[in-house]
Write a protein that binds this ligand. Structure first.
Ligand code: PGA
Length: 248
């Protein structure tokens, strides 16, 4: 009942011409796929050209970040309205790299989510624990705080949650399927507290070293509704295999 959602997070990769090259090969490779929502999140500089190239396809355009003010003197920032203006349907908010390198706090993440909601753009809200937190048995506490603070004051359930254990991002170490399912099921429990039965319609996607080799096992988990893919989304061949999970 929850349609799978698989997103490519290109991070700080790909020039405009590399973006065009990827999209021109990717569109025909996935044109008959109907059972999965696919999103691509290129860097800001490639968004416009990606929007033009994705026109007339079902592939959704996503940004990787957004600022929480509508406009004004915020050098270097991009507002939700600017993203909507060029055709973005989603934005990633609270990625662990933003939290780690750019000091984004739960409070900033919450402001961004509120601003994006107000503007009407879809949200991919990232949460996840560090290795140290996992090893000291704090995974659920960390997830609980990130959910409560990140979604504070949000009264509708139309957000995609990306569970991304930080120790699995870019490391080649994927969470075992049991670990992923356990975390996703805990996240859904917390979402039920906020959104009651609507939580069962919310998509909780997994991120952290997703590859064509491990996608099938992850997607077979009851509460894993898709994936946020970094490294393996940079090549048309591997990302195509991932969005066609369960088929080859
Ligand atoms: P990865 O990144 O697939 O390269 O581990 C995932 C992410 O950070 O979204």
């Amino acid at each position: 009942m929850r349609k799978p959602f698989i997103a490519a997070n290109w991070k700080m990769n790909k020039t405009v011409s590399e973006t065009q090259e990827f999209i021109s090969k990717f569109i025909p490779a996935v044109k008959d796929l109907r059972n999965v929502d696919i999103a691509i999140a290129p860097p800001f500089t490639s968004l416009i050209v990606a929007a033009e190239n994705l026109k007339n396809t079902d592939i959704l355009l996503s940004a990787q970040d957004v600022f929480y003010e509508e406009k004004g003197a915020y050098t270097g920032e991009i507002s939700p309205l600017m993203l909507i203006d060029i055709g973005c349907k989603y934005v990633i908010i609270g990625h662990s790299e933003r939290r780690q390198y750019f000091k984004e706090t739960d409070d900033i993440v919450n402001k961004k989510i509120k601003a994006a909601k107000k503007a009407g753009i879809g949200i991919i809200f990232c949460i996840g624990e560090t290795l140290e937190e996992r090893e000291s048995g704090k995974t659920f506490d960390v997830l609980q705080v990130e959910i409560e603070k990140g979604l504070s004051g949000i009264d509708d359930s139309g957000t995609i949650i990306a569970y991304e254990p930080i120790w699995a991002i870019g490391t080649g170490k994927t969470a075992a399927t049991e670990q992923a399912q356990e975390a996703h099921s805990y996240i859904r429990e917390r979402l039920r507290i906020l959104f009651s039965e609507k939580a069962d319609e919310m998509r909780i996607i997994y991120g952290g070293s997703v590859t064509p080799e491990n996608i099938d096992a992850l997607m077979a988990c009851k509460d894993v509704d898709g994936a946020l893919v970094g490294g393996a989304s940079l090549k048309v061949e591997s990302f195509t295999k991932i969005v066609k999970f369960g088929k080859e």
